[in-house]
Ligand binder design. Structure first.
Ligand code: COS
Length: 379
């Protein structure tokens, strides 16, 4: 077996599964139907230490290894994809860059509240005219004494409506393209910074996905994250880890759909026997199980490389590319196993199918992952 989880990793897996089944699963359907952010889960996630997984102990987190973290994201997403991405964006996209690029002062100021869940985190990179072309950032940051003045707009920001701490990217120098971009930490109550109402989406319906507006928003120059003009590197390095987390979310969604398809196949009787006795169903189950396992191993590999301090951008792009397609395939098959009822809201297969679709889009589309991967072989 290429990956033998350590005792500690297995403990993380079982304890997060137990927590998610007790606290997250019971509200998953309602959160989806009502497009409701699961606000009451946030303090529970904080108490369980699930908001400080990527934050070192000295700043209030648990300093978990990347493989354990991704296992936790899989387990949360297996019960509720909305909760999975809530934790993933908070951890991979906001906490991680502050841990890795923040000054000691920034870490002491922002990380303890992120670790406890007193504040949720978000990441503002995408703009109306800068999606896949993240280097086309148009939001500006102009230095004025001890401050930067931010102007512009971000879109599709996960946790936008509830986050207290945002890592935001803006153009602060005249350097063209990716080189003029800098990263900043922005607090929610900054005058001139507003969060618009959430998007109405196909899936992950409880997740708060919002635009952000900066209208002469003044932030302290001390909130520059990393070196000025190196923000694009911060964004790309952040996404190297984040993409593994989204792949893990895809594994969790697919696993949930698979388990429900197996259960239904054993219960549903047609032609005088459970449909699990039919080879047509058996082959679907076999393909789904194999597909999920392949995706999970890609996630484990990318996380393991990251944990050992090895370059992991190629592996995380592969994991995300594969899991985006895998989760769509598996959840589609799960509906097929259910037949007509799979198309209705009486079963969760349709929710998983809708939730799976985003895996191949956010934190870089399938096409961007192919670009990242192919560059490693063709350079
Ligand atoms: N880690 C650190 N630095 C990186 C990096 C990485 N993984 N990948 C690239 N860089 C650096 C490069 O070394 C280069 O540095 P220099 O300017 O110092 O030479 C710089 O970043 C620009 O890189 P590159 O030339 O590859 O940039 P491109 O404009 O070609 O963009 C893609 C590359 C398309 C891969 C990038 O824009 C991207 O990932 N787009 C998708 C964005 C995305 O995922 N959005 C989702 C938002 S979060 S929900």
């Amino acid at each position: 077996m290429p990956f033998q989880l350590s005792d500690e990793q297995q403990l993380t897996q079982s304890s997060v599964r137990e927590f998610a089944e007790a606290e997250v699963l019971p509200i998953a359907v309602e959160v989806d139907r009502n497009h409701r952010f699961p606000e009451e889960t946030v303090p529970k996630l904080g108490e369980m230490g699930l908001l400080g997984m990527l934050i070192p102990e000295e700043y209030g987190g648990s300093g978990m290894d990347p493989l354990s973290y991704n296992i936790a994201i899989e387990e949360l997403s297996r019960c509720c994809a909305t909760t999975g991405v809530l934790v993933e964006a908070h951890s991979s996209l906001c906490s991680w860059p502050i841990v890795h690029y923040g000054t000691e002062e920034q870490k002491r100021k922002y990380l303890p509240d992120l670790a406890s869940g007193a504040k949720l985190g978000a990441f503002g990179l995408t703009e109306p005219n800068a999606g896949s072309d993240a280097g086309g950032t148009q939001t500006t940051a102009v230095r004025d004494g001890d401050e930067f003045i931010l102007n512009g707009q971000k879109v599709f920001i996960t946790n936008g409506g509830y986050a207290g701490t945002f890592v935001v990217f803006a153009r602060s120098t005249d350097a063209p393209g990716t080189r003029g971009v800098s990263a900043f930490i922005v607090e929610r109550d900054t005058p001139g910074f507003t969060v618009a109402p959430p998007e109405d989406k196909l899936g992950i319906c409880g997740s708060s996905t919002t635009p952000l507006f900066f209208d002469n928003a003044r932030i302290p120059a001390a909130n520059l994250l990393g070196e000025e003009g190196k923000g694009f590197h911060v964004a790309m390095a952040t996404l190297d880890g984040g993409r593994t987390g989204i792949a893990a979310q895809g594994v969790g969604i697919a696993q949930a759909a698979f388990e429900e398809a197996v259960k239904y196949a054993k219960e549903r009787v047609q032609f005088g026997a459970p449909i699990a006795k039919l080879q047509a169903i058996q082959w679907m189950i076999a393909d789904m199980a194999t597909d999920i396992e392949a995706g999970r191993l890609l996630v484990y590999q990318a996380a393991d490389l990251e944990g050992r301090g090895e370059p992991h951008g190629n592996a995380s792009a592969m994991a995300k590319l594969y899991c985006g397609q895998m989760a769509t395939r598996v959840t589609n098959e799960a509906i097929q196993v259910h037949g007509g009822v799979g198309y209705t809201a009486a079963y969760s297969a349709e929710r998983h199918y809708r939730d799976a679709r985003i895996i191949g889009i956010y934190e870089g589309t399938n096409e961007i992952q192919r670009l990242v991967i192919s560059r490693n072989y063709l350079k």
